[in-house]
Design a protein around this ligand. Structure first.
Ligand code: NOJ
Ligand code: CA
Length: 662
């Protein structure tokens, strides 16, 4: 308590010069302090850690079609509560998640042309803050139209931020560094290094029927919400009572703290699916890379990828090497090609004649493998909605428990943004309906994730990241190594990424110069570093057998009991160690950007006193992502929690380690 008061006093001193706050809220450990006040009718908050201000006076409010909140507000009352519980993830980066916060609910009255009641609820955790607006039904008002939300994040210093532009190509942008003061309008998660022991990420949680929040720079280091609009210009159509999504601010002392924060999940509703036994995280392979390389085609023709015969080969391979799933893209009568279908005519139930879906699904079932169906809408979401019942009924009939969805290329139904309320409603509908038919979802071109998988754990993984596909065809020659050492601290904080690592044959004769810009050791290490509960080994199967690196890919789990981040520097390097959910074995992935790196990795995360055998897949002599990507050495040694493992990571390289308990 004394410590808490000490920090509160220091933090209050730190915010001198700001408006006088009315309320204070401390995190359970006393290290974070959130203050709330009213400045001339305008509600504001600040956030500090210890004696350091993180977010300076930031005004909050909502502008509606015919009135506004946050201009003439006064406090009506406050209530407080605390919460401490530990819940279990169906799958994830650890089993147990502690949900521990102190809450402050401020009830407000807005005296404008209309008198309105509303509340702002703040939750302060040890690792950051979440807050949201609540607008009850009142008077003759039962619905509202939101023109924009005016939620500010006034950063206390001109921190270095890693940003992606707002609504850029379904979040498939590169994250670039920039001072906060020079940002334009950006997407969240927005990660900032305020100093070398203060890292902050702004994002959102529980986005279910609202617009996505982007951040607009409204002067110096002041960021303000900019909601993705409908094509008609409004942002949100809502019935009352409305609770908005949570606005989240993670605060960590290291970049690794950001990766280990479960604040976003804690701010989502608990699991809504009663029986989750059918939800199975796992590895998958698929008819996919060959399509992006142009070795095979999505459409039926002489080089059609998804034929019955080819799919069976993949299923045999999956059964032999312990892969749970096989994806078959291009199985259905789809856009373009011989059938000449339009986006709105794509079928999610009818296969091309050379793909017998019933036979393939039955073959997969016999072999204990799950077929993953593919629904590429080309943005024509209404076409999928119209067929959703029949597509899911087909899955149920054939024992298919996973679907990969896609919204490539076009706005939703020709006009709405992927991040609009329109699209968000669609994504959620697909997840909820799929759950009823016991179908897991791998969603490409998604809305940026906000933790909905806590409520619907059949929402397994999503893209919304510049993934492997770019390394097959991007005219820049393939994404540079800094990308994979940046996304764990940016996009990765929003949830699992279907990046699809695991390419072992890098070159493509048809597109000389375009390839994954990696060494082999780094490529396999990504299977640990980039978390996904459905983790693809993305290469064609003929490139796996006989390759020593394949051993790592085929044995890496997709769900864990514990995760630690021993070393990390945003945009430069990261090492992640994870303990298997079903054993005491650990898996380590260490990766670097363009620069090589020598490190001594302490294995102090291992159980003290226990003995383990480590198999180390490392960059071999002369390895270099740009000129010599293939050298790989595989060595073994006994280790324990006192071992310090020297690792050499080549330029653009990495190391992957399996640590088996003896
Ligand atoms: C884009 C997806 O990200 C990719 O995985 C898929 O193969 C293509 N769309 C075609 O649906
Ligand atoms: Ca994509």
């Amino acid at each position: 308590m004394i410590k808490q008061l000490f920090w509160a006093v220091l933090a209050a001193l730190a915010v001198t010069g700001c408006k006088q706050p009315n309320e204070q809220l401390l995190s359970p450990d006393g290290n974070l302090l959130l203050e709330f006040g009213i400045d001339n009718g305008r509600p504001f908050y600040t956030l500090a850690r210890g004696n350091k201000l993180v977010v300076d006076t930031s005004y909050v409010g909502i502008e509606m079609a015919d009135c506004a909140l946050g201009i003439k507000s006064s406090i009506n009352g406050v209530s407080r509560q605390s919460h401490d519980e530990t819940w279990q993830q169906v799958w994830g980066e650890e089993t147990n998640v502690r949900n521990n916060y102190n809450e402050l609910k401020v009830s407000l009255t807005e005296a404008g042309q209309k008198v309105l009641n509303y509340s702002i609820v703040f939750r302060l955790f040890d690792d950051g803050a979440g807050f949201r607006y609540e607008i009850p039904e009142q008077g003759d008002m039962d619905s509202i139209v939101i023109i924009d939300e005016r939620t500010q994040f006034n950063m206390a210093s001109d921190a270095r931020a890693w940003f992606a532009p707002w609504d850029y190509e379904f979040y498939e942008a590169l994250y670039m560094p920039s001072p906060v003061s020079e940002l334009d309008t950006v997407s969240t998660p927005l990660t900032m290094e305020m100093n070398d022991s203060l890292y902050v990420t702004i994002h959102q949680a529980a986005l279910t029927d609202y617009a996505f929040m982007n951040l607009e720079n409204v002067g110096e280091t002041r960021l303000q919400s900019y909601l993705s609009p409908w094509s008609t210009g409004e942002k949100v159509f809502a019935r009352l009572p409305l609770t908005t999504p949570w606005r989240t601010i993670i605060v960590g002392r290291t970049p690794g703290d950001l990766m280990l924060s479960r604040l976003m999940l804690n701010l989502n509703e608990p699991c809504a699916i009663e029986n989750t036994d059918w939800i199975e995280p796992g590895r998958y392979i698929g008819i996919w890379w060959s399509l992006h390389r142009r070795d095979e085609t999505w459409n039926m023709g002489p080089n059609h990828g998804a034929t019955t015969e080819n799919a069976k080969k993949y299923i045999d391979f999956a059964a032999k090497y312990g892969y749970q799933g096989v994806l078959a893209e291009g199985w259905n009568k789809s856009w373009g090609g011989d059938y000449g279908l339009k986006e709105s005519e794509v079928s999610f139930t009818e296969a091309y004649p050379d793909f017998d879906i019933a036979e393939v699904a039955a073959y997969a079932r016999e072999k204990g493998v799950s077929l993953i169906t593919h629904w590429e809408t080309y943005g024509c979401a209404s076409n999928l909605e119209a067929q959703l019942d029949s597509a899911l009924a087909l899955c149920e009939r054939l024992g298919i428990h996973a679907a990969k969805t896609g919204y490539a290329g076009k706005p939703f139904d020709g006009k709405e943004l992927h991040s609009s309320q329109y699209a968000i409603r669609h994504y959620r509908k697909v997840i909820e309906e799929a759950a009823k038919h016991q179908v897991m979802i791998d969603n490409h071109e998604p809305i940026m994730p906000t933790g909905l998988q806590r409520t619907y754990p059949n929402l397994m993984t999503q893209e919304g990241v510049r993934g492997q596909e770019y390394n097959a065809w991007s005219t820049d020659g393939g994404t540079l190594p800094m990308h994979t050492v940046t996304i764990p601290f940016t996009r990765g904080l929003a949830g699992p990424m279907d990046y699809t690592p695991g390419i072992l044959k890098l070159e493509n004769e048809k597109r000389p110069g375009i390839r994954p810009q990696t060494t082999i050791a780094k490529e396999i290490a990504l299977a640990v570093v980039l978390y996904s509960p459905l983790q693809m080994s993305a290469d064609m199967i003929e490139n796996y057998e006989g390759n020593p690196a394949f051993e790592f890919l085929k044995s890496t789990p997709a769900t864990w009991s514990k995760t630690v981040v021993p070393e990390a520097k945003i945009g430069e390097y990261v090492t992640v160690a994870r303990r298997d959910r079903d054993s005491d074995d650990w898996y380590v992935g260490a990766i670097t950007g363009e620069r090589n790196r020598d490190t001594e990795l302490s294995l102090d995360f291992l159980e003290p006193g226990a003995k383990y055998r480590a198999k180390i897949f490392a960059d071999g002599p002369g390895a270099d992502y740009a000129v010599n990507p293939y050298p790989l050495t595989v060595t073994e040694q006994e280790v324990d929690s006192k071992t310090v493992l020297p690792l050499h990571l080549a330029n653009g390289g990495g190391a992957a380690v399996i640590i088996k308990k003896l």
